[in-house]
Design a protein around this ligand. Structure first.
Ligand SMILES: C[S@@+](CC[C@H](N)C(=O)[O-])C[C@H]1O[C@@H](n2cnc3c(N)ncnc32)[C@H](O)[C@@H]1O
Length: 332
């Protein structure tokens, strides 16, 4: 469980500083304070995307293209992509998909130009109808940019009985991307840099390493302001195929199994007290030597590969932003 954490500590000084700061907070009885998060208006989202995302997208798509925005309400990203100001015609046109407000989705707020953006309502919890609504006949492999922006619960907790687990929500969105994205297109995935999901996040980076021309970490609107640990992962110049989506699905399903096993063990420990905990620890120690070495080697290799490029710099910057938020008391 700690192999990725240990490898990054060795290779990324900013992550090491962040971990030390976190430890200090846990040892301090006051801990960290996280303010209530209120969702932004579409204008806030639009301004944020215009600042942090559009310059990167312009590098890979200088003449714009066609976008598919999953989780599009209240409409910030659609606004940023289709509003160029003045009389200039926008370079981007596309489709936004969100949950119908009658079923609990956010309402669209942005006054969008309907000749540039088509809004569709569909629920990511229902895979086949969702896929059919996102990518209609004739639209396969025609989108230049796909945003997988629905739901951020990386700890794989089911917050609502109605929602399918996070790994399935992500997988469904990845299948949409597989169907929708043109060769050489760009993909944005909402992720969270948290200790429990560190192995999945680094493995996700690893899967994309060989199949895209550039990978970046982009802050969300809440990264700095509320000390949230969410970020967008941007993969550009992508060649997405079934094997990539299968590998990502395996990564996140394994993460879910590990999380469920960990939660079950924690529950058993609480019920049976210290004796059970010692037994579990002994069992783990006795069986896992070879596997442990394999896991550590995989983690070292992947982390070194990821930290070697532009993504490594983004990763360090992101850790510094989160650390500052911790010190200023924005985060728990
Ligand atoms: C944080 S908002 C995204 C903000 C948006 N990217 C913008 O720029 O304005 C999350 C989105 O996920 C949508 N959503 C939540 N649950 C969903 C579901 N089950 N199926 C489809 N969309 C869902 C919400 O309606 C909302 O549009």
């Amino acid at each position: 469980m700690t192999e990725f954490h240990d490898a990054i500590i060795r290779l990324c000084p900013a992550y090491k500083r962040l971990s030390e700061t976190k430890l200090k907070g846990w040892n301090d009885s006051k801990g960290y304070v996280r303010p209530e998060l209120s969702l932004g208006a579409h204008t806030d989202y639009a301004a944020h995307y215009a600042k942090v995302l559009l310059p990167l997208l312009t590098e890979s798509h200088p003449s714009g293209g066609k976008f598919l925005d999953l989780g599009c309400a209240p409409g910030g990203l659609c606004t940023a992509l289709t509003t160029t100001g003045g009389t200039t015609q926008s370079l981007w046109k596309g489709v936004g998909v969100t949950l119908d407000p009658k079923e609990g989705g956010l309402a669209m707020q942005a006054p969008l130009n309907s000749s540039l953006v088509e809004i569709r309502y569909a629920d990511v919890n229902h895979r086949d109808p969702f896929l059919a609504a996102c990518v209609k006949k004739g639209e396969e492999r025609t989108f230049d940019f796909v945003n997988l922006g629905i739901v951020l619960d990386g700890t794989v907790k089911m917050r609502s009985e109605k929602n399918i687990p996070y790994c399935q929500q992500l997988t469904t969105q990845l299948h949409v991307a597989l169907k929708a994205l043109a060769s050489g297109g760009s993909l944005l995935i909402a992720l969270k840099l948290d200790f429990p999901t560190l192995p999945e996040v680094i493995r996700t980076f690893g899967v994309f390493l060989d199949v895209c021309s550039a990978m970046r970490m982009v802050p969300t609107m809440y990264t700095a302001t509320h000390g949230r640990k969410q970020f967008y992962f941007l993969a550009q110049g992508l060649r997405l195929d079934t094997s990539i989506v299968d590998r990502l699905q395996d990564v996140w399903e394994e993460g879910r199994r590990r999380y469920v096993a960990f939660a079950t063990q924690a529950k058993e420990r609480n019920m049976a007290g210290g004796k059970r905990q010692r037994l579990d620890e002994e069992r783990r120690e006795g069986t896992s030597d070879e596997e442990e070495v394999k896991k550590r080697t995989e983690a070292d290799t992947l982390v070194a590969a990821v930290m070697g490029g532009a993504l490594g710099m983004d990763f360090g910057n992101f850790c510094d932003v989160i650390r500052t938020a911790l010190i200023e008391g924005h985060i728990l």
